[in-house]
Design a protein around this ligand. Structure first.
Ligand SMILES: C[S@@+](CC[C@H](N)C(=O)[O-])C[C@H]1O[C@@H](n2cnc3c(N)ncnc32)[C@H](O)[C@@H]1O
Length: 257
């Protein structure tokens, strides 16, 4: 049993996040978000990404050469990695450390978007309503808010292939991820044990643990909460398709106005 203390989420993981996400096709995902913007608010220029992580999608979106992008995340370590990548790529994106429940901007945006289950880090209705209030206040009158969430069906499927996955990510780190899903509580937990290793001997120098607890919502639960906000649902899309979500959707992308 590992006794390493719980670290702040996305602090140590920031070092290896891009390796852990190596299989995620961010370019296709970026094209999907761009398709949604073109479909629902085609004149958009000013874009805000929330929970941007290490900035991969924002940097990919910038390559389309149509948008002015600001990207934020609560984790200073994730933002530091994003800023390093931005510097290497000579990007103009402004990356800022910011909690999405406390947005501080002088300007407003045509689009606010947030991808990859970041909403699932909110565990209460009050937090979800607060997120919508915060976004409303930084959106232009015709602006759209795009975000996705994963469904109970996805959690049931994911635990089979995520459990006990063990990987060497680079010369300095290896990690193990275990997942469990408490369907009654609606909580999906991913536990990362991250070992910092000596690049020569491969011996473990330090062990860290991050436990990520995500609240899993059904489409109906999310839509019921949205009805309590100032937003109207424009569309609930299935996964990465421009088709309506349905009872077997694993991920649902909401577009709100
Ligand atoms: C699964 S990662 C997704 C990151 C990125 N969107 C991507 O696609 O790689 C979830 C992100 O949400 C961020 N996050 C969680 N709670 C947050 C909050 N209250 N405010 C801002 N960011 C938050 C985490 O720091 C983390 O970077």
């Amino acid at each position: 049993m590992d006794k390493s203390p719980q670290e702040e989420n996305y602090s140590v993981l920031a070092e290896i996040y891009d390796d852990v996400m190596g299989d995620v096709d961010y370019e296709t995902w970026t094209d999907y978000i761009d398709d949604i913007i073109v479909e629902h608010n085609p004149e958009s220029v000013d874009i805000l990404e929330l929970a941007c992580g290490t900035g991969t999608m924002a940097l990919s979106l910038e390559e389309l050469d149509c948008y002015t992008i600001t990207a934020t995340d609560a984790s200073p370590e994730m933002i530091r990695v994003a800023q390093q990548k931005a510097e290497r790529m000579k990007s103009d994106i402004e990356f800022r450390t910011m909690n999405f429940l406390d947005l501080q901007f002088e300007k407003t945006f045509d689009v606010v978007y947030m991808v990859f289950d970041s909403l699932n880090y909110l565990h209460t209705e009050e937090e979800i309503l607060e997120l919508h209030r915060q976004v409303r206040d930084v959106l232009k009158p015709d602006g759209i808010f795009i975000y996705d969430f994963t469904t109970p069906r996805n959690s049931r499927k994911a635990i089979h292939f995520l459990n006990h996955e063990e990987k060497v990510v680079n010369r300095n780190y290896r990690y193990r991820r275990t997942s469990r899903y408490d369907e009654d509580a609606g909580i999906h937990t991913n536990c990362f044990i991250i070992e910092q290793t000596d690049p020569h001997t491969k011996k473990t120098l330090q062990t860290f643990q991050e436990e990520h607890r995500q609240k899993i919502y059904t489409q109906r639960e999310i839509e019921t909460m949205i009805k309590k906000t100032d937003f109207k649902i424009v569309m609930a899309y299935d996964g990465f398709e421009l088709k309506p979500a349905h009872s077997r959707s694993l991920r649902i992308t909401m577009v709100l106005k």
